[in-house]
Design a protein around this ligand. Structure first.
Ligand code: PEP
Ligand code: MG
Length: 336
């Protein structure tokens, strides 16, 4: 039984007709327990949620502390790819009042937001706090020296945000060069596709970046106008909604046309029931909680590319979440 586990871990996530391979990576929020992540068969880290280094403390981590954490994360992955997302606070992820007051005087003033999910969150927050952003970028670029690391920008809604963020990344490189510090000048820069403004017309956004990753948790929230954390509207929060599937398909089609790597790092990516949809759309990378990797891999190995492609066509014709769910359940029942 034990050796069967190790054999399964070494197997790749490939369709049974061997026509499509999917890389399975891990979503990480802590620089701990990384042995377990590899143990589950992760081929790298597809999403490091860096905000967890910043939350629940009164003093924010300085450049050295961040550098040490990123370095530890990267080294523990032993050369496998690591995608580090820049600070995604605001919305459901909050800094302490003390940390904000001490480090970020400009945002301490508008502490109370009526609609935090639509407020000064993620890339908006970091662009409003340039020294915080620069410190993080410097730490990532240094930790990425001679390593396979990418930078991922959360909650982008406009091209201007990408251009501004890239300008800070160039500034950080210029500073590090002038200081004679070692860093990786070629770190790819990508965006989360998690706001409809991007997924409706992804072309100009994708042209501006090296890669992208679908954040389905927020994409569902913002597409359906439903708070992802509010239990009274939880039944309306549906990953099966046809509009969500069409936005994902639209983004995938454009990414393929432009030859830009696109992955999924929201919860949908780790659900085996959505694996046929993502395979059919041609996704070559999914990132998920490490413990979900074995079941998604097992599912992919039961499918053929052609049946997944047919399934996607059928699914995109459905008009309600209920119809989508039924179609998925029927397909899954045939591929158990
Ligand atoms: C997402 O929105 O799908 C995502 C992966 O990011 P987070 O859940 O951290 O907002
Ligand atoms: Mg998100």
């Amino acid at each position: 039984l034990y050796s069967e586990f190790y054999r399964a871990r070494r197997r790749v996530a490939e369709t049974k007709d061997q026509k499509h391979k999917v890389k399975l990576l891990a979503n990480i929020a802590m620089v701990a327990g990384l042995d377990e992540v590899l143990h589950q068969g992760a081929q790298g880290v597809g999403l490091f949620r860096s905000e967890y280094l910043f939350m629940g403390r009164n003093r924010l981590p300085d450049e050295e502390e961040q550098y040490e954490s990123y370095k530890e994360l990267i080294e523990s992955m032993g050369g496998r790819p690591v995608t580090i997302r820049t600070l995604d606070v605001g919305g459901d992820k909050l800094l302490t009042h003390e940390a904000k007051a001490a480090n970020l005087p400009q945002t301490a003033l508008n502490e109370e937001e009526e609609n935090p999910a639509l407020g000064l969150r993620a890339i908006r927050f970091t662009l409003a706090n340039p020294s915080l952003f620069l410190t993080q970028i410097r730490a990532i670029l240094r930790a990425a020296y001679k390593e396979n690391v990418k930078i991922l920008l959360p909650m982008v809604t406009s091209i201007e945000e990408i251009i501004e963020a890239k300008r800070y990344i160039e500034t950080a490189k210029a500073q590090l060069s002038a200081e004679g510090k070692l860093f990786n000048p070629e770190v790819p820069v990508g965006i989360m596709v998690e706001v409809p403004a991007v997924a409706i017309r992804p072309e100009p956004f994708l042209r501006e970046v090296d890669f992208a990753s679908l954040g389905t948790n927020d994409l569902v929230q913002y597409t359906l106008a439903v708070d992802r954390g509010n239990p009274s509207v939880a039944p309306i929060y549906s990953e099966y909604h046809p509009a969500v599937l069409h936005l994902i398909a639209n983004t995938a089609k454009m990414a393929q046309k432009l030859n830009k790597p696109l992955s999924v790092c929201g919860e949908m990516g780790g659900k085996k029931n959505f694996a046929p949809f993502f395979v059919g759309l041609g996704f070559e990378e999914l990132s998920m909680a490490a413990m979900q990797i074995p079941s998604v891999k097992k599912q992919i190995r039961k499918l053929t590319l052609e049946e997944c492609q047919k399934f996607v066509k059928n699914l995109l014709r459905k008009n309600t979440s209920a119809e989508v769910k039924t179609a998925i359940n029927n397909f899954m029942a045939k591929h158990e």
